[in-house]
Ligand binder design. Sequence first.
Ligand code: PEP
Length: 259
Amino acid sequence: DSARTPLMAGNWKMNLNHVEAVHLLQKLSWTLQDKKHDFERVEVAVLPPFTDIRSVQTLVDGDRMKIKYGAQDVSVHDSGAYTGEISAAMLTKLGCSYVLAGHSERRQYHDEGDALVNAKATKALAAGLVPIVCVGEGLDIRKAGEHVEYTLAQVDGALAGLKQDDIRKVVIAYEPVWAIGTGEVATPEDAQEVCAAIRSRLEETISPSVADSVRILYGGSVKMSSAGGIMAQPDVDGCLVGGASLQVDEFAGICRYLD
Ligand code: PEP
């Protein structure tokens, strides 16, 4: 759908200090500039660790880059005695556009459940950030054939109570946990099955117009070589990229899947 601008988002996870981050971003920008990348046609974003965001902001502003950026997590609190947490307002102040909510690694290692993910998405939207809500099943659930219901329940939970006009802005990333960091990429048909089911659910529970506006990404071992096939699916509007986003040529290649 031409109304939904494809988004390629690079999740750097806990990698790169601020010097390395600046180098990677500068190289990415040069590579995309060389190709005359049209950022209105395919949006590009990076999600660095918190400690890199100020440096990324300075570089993006200084070089007038069209690459957007965001964070990997956000607090559900506004301010105060929450040692170690980072608020949505702090991220907005740093020029962030996006923030991940409920990445499977947060769900797995920090016990984040749907209610917390919902609270994070709510705070992000209130601060003017776009949450990238991550959903997706583990291997057991996939083997049991329950991946669609399981993922849809996560979507319902993450969006509960949000206003229609806010939901319209949200990005949903379908990331089957068995495909994250494993080199095991889902087939384009697997990605399409669940992304289409998510869109139908939004159509039923929210509205057809919201369902048509929400961007749904696929994530899980995406590489330059697999991006084209995944992006050819009608309900896939972009990719959330982990490992490959640390390699300039791979990530630039993913952003240039139309070439
Ligand atoms: C991710 O972290 O969201 C991800 C999809 O990682 P990878 O591409 O490395 O599987």
